[in-house]
Design a protein around this ligand. Sequence first.
Ligand SMILES: [Zn+2]
Length: 920
Amino acid sequence: MRRLPPLAALGLCLLLAAAFPLRAAPLTSPKEHFGFAIGDDYHLATYTQTEAYFKRLAAQSPRLRLVDIGRTEEGRTQWMVVASSPANLARLERLREISRQLARAEDPDESRARALAAEGRAVVWIDGGLHSTETVGTHQLIETVWQLASREDAETVRILDQTVVLLVHANPDGQELMSSWYMRRAEPSKRVMDQLPRLYQKYAGHDNNRDFFMSALRESANMNRQLYLDWIPQIMYNHHQSGPAGSVVAGPPYRDPFNHVYDPLVMTTLDAVGAAMSSRLNLEGKPGYTQRNGSVFSTWFNGGLRTTTYFHNLVGILSEIIGSPTPSEVPLVPARLLPNGATPFPVTPRPWRYADSIAYSLSLNYAVLDFAARHRDALLFGIWRMGRNSIERGSRDHWTHYPRRIAAIQEAHARDNPPVRSGGAEEDESSASAAGRRRIPARYFDDVLRKPELRDARGYILPADQRDFPTAVKFINALLKTGILVHRATADFSVAGKNYPAGSYVVKTDQAFRPHVIDMFEPQDHPNDFAYEGGPPIAPYDSAGWTLAFEMGVKFDRVLEGFDGPLARVPWGELQAPPPGRLAPAAAGWRISRATNDSFTLVNRLLRAGVEISVATEGGDFHVPAAARAALEPLAEELGVTPVPLETAPAAQRRLERARIALWDRYGGSMPSGWTRLLFEQFGFDFDVVFPPQLDAGGLRAKYDVIVFPSGAIPRASGGDGGSGGYSAVREPAQSEMPPEYRGRSGRFTAAKTVPALRVFLEAGGVIVTVGTSANLAHHLDLPVRNALVETSGPRRDQPLSREKYFVPGSILRLSLDPSAPATAGMEREADVYFDSSHVFRLAPEAVKAGLRPLGWFSSAAPLRSGWAWGQHHLKDGVTAFEAPVGQGRVFVFAPEITFRAQTHGALKLLFNTLYRAAP
Ligand SMILES: [Zn+2]
């Protein structure tokens, strides 16, 4: 079929609906369109074919409407198919408005909310294909569109009448790559899913499911717009693979911890939908559903496509199903055979076909849709109630119960009531008086938990005069992309005795999506979670802490009282630009501070345009000559960077030059490398991506000035310590099986070949920068540092600390920096960094003599800012960033994840500062 532009396709669809109101046009089945049925062994559809099918079916069916929700990173159109009854589609705008109004809950009148709930239709999101190797996702989506368009049974008709279904393709680029890769072999039995040559999302690969509070990727921004601005559905269902071995599918409810900032109704509605899903399978005789502790998924994290919904009062569902177009089997796992609360109806070993996965997925989708159809008005009213709860909590004094504060009650009571000793022996713990002593008087609740200073913030103010305001604006834009209500000051104002300039942003907590606001500004307090008392910690499913305002280094004030000012509402989702930078006349050019991240963008663009830039020997500020005014002015305006005019040029200066930058990657694609690539593009750094064969071939100094190794690039050295995390070798096909364009990417970093080549590069004056776990390079190069996280006495002396004593999963920690080092220019003395079991060093005695310079270290015994840091006192005085000379060159080691998922804007300058050459 000829490709129609989106509007033309929509017009055609409306035209057909109008022309054939009674008798629908014949519908094309998937088998007729693709040449195989969805679920046939050894067959996958590409996105090109899928897109054509959606267009074809939408043109034929009066139940479907096709909506273009934006471009993907590779430039494809991302489609959403809206399925509902023709009568509902005829008043779709009204139904959408009802859905949004109830979710935002700005009208406090309950009777009007009930009337809207009665008039509206439940809105349910079903997506597929986010993770492209999990091919059931895309294919159940195609089959679901087909079934909703073609089935005439009473249940389907009721679903279409009572609900609006948003069927969203979550990753078009990835389906095109994955399906073409699988189908490239003519012989079906030779087709394989794995060994994919590159990331299935251009920058993030699998991490595309960690981007939903940041919206750094186009696909996330497109979907967030539908979820939190355009539609705000009450239920969203996000499809994944694979179920735990010995099960068929994992789904809701999920294991603890759940996040204490949610409204309880979102979790109990999730329980109800989960029960509908598992009951449906049981009713149909389909075994193998597992829930709660039957799988690893929790509801703690924000940032997943599914999990960000909870912070917006949406019922988010994730399922993980088994299956592949290549036939497989359900293995024998004895521990899974006994029915229990996690797995009420265990599956037994059996062959498993792709069609089984599709049939299960359809049953689960129908369970969710049937639930929504039957409870339509309750769902619509429920999201209004949750929104009102949020607004009310944000309009008065309210205290969130954090684990640490609850522990403080027990500590205060224990302090006031030391154990009574009688006759030298401790009192029998089982006695009645001991029981009375353990009962904590209710006054501790008020005394400890209800202190005025522990109240939740009523709002947050981001002053416009902070040192890197353009980055604060990027943070505000991340909030706007997820439907948060933001205000902007139209004049100077003051709150609680502090003055704020016009242009400052205010985010109040009396809004429906209050949990998301709290989560983006406040520390996550991950509960201490252990297998048993004194036992090993249970790792969180993803990060333990991620407070975006901390990650981005944004300055804000928390306000505990109600406040107001000359505040204008920013229209929903309207992205903000920083105030234009102004160029004052200057005799000797301008000084540009490194405090602003976008100063680097500006400088990179000027260098690319051939402007000569120098740097002050002291402090490292950039100096742009007066002659460059014409080039500088529009950039300063666009980026919100205000250059400081100079009357005389700085005395001691060096000329700044672009460095020739190489960024490591590998066959299959590394996610940290991909995120770094995105940052380099955002900030205007030119670079080459290099693969192991190019590094091993040597001759690097002739080609490059700087080589960047993102986290996961460099494996542990023998005898090295800590943090191998993130490094896993990728399975590669034989060279003969590899498409020619990927042949130069094979192999991996090795001590035998890569390290000597890097040493030659360094000795000849090259610079190497390592991020995250690639700090392993310090040991490969025998730099004078040791693991700081070791036992200091006893029989295990010098052995790494056990997890029972020290465990810091992905969390935000406060780091002290040496502000006088060129590598920290533009940073303050302290910074919040994302730390994930990262390397922590102590210097060897010979370190200072060898010229090693610490750049960042923990000066506190309690550096945790957000997340979970068990045994954090062990970090004190540990060095986690340093530079060291090797021959004529230098190595910069940044062990924290300073480029993490392109979110950590507060630490990016540490990397950026190393990416230039300065000539005398
Ligand atoms: Zn997945």
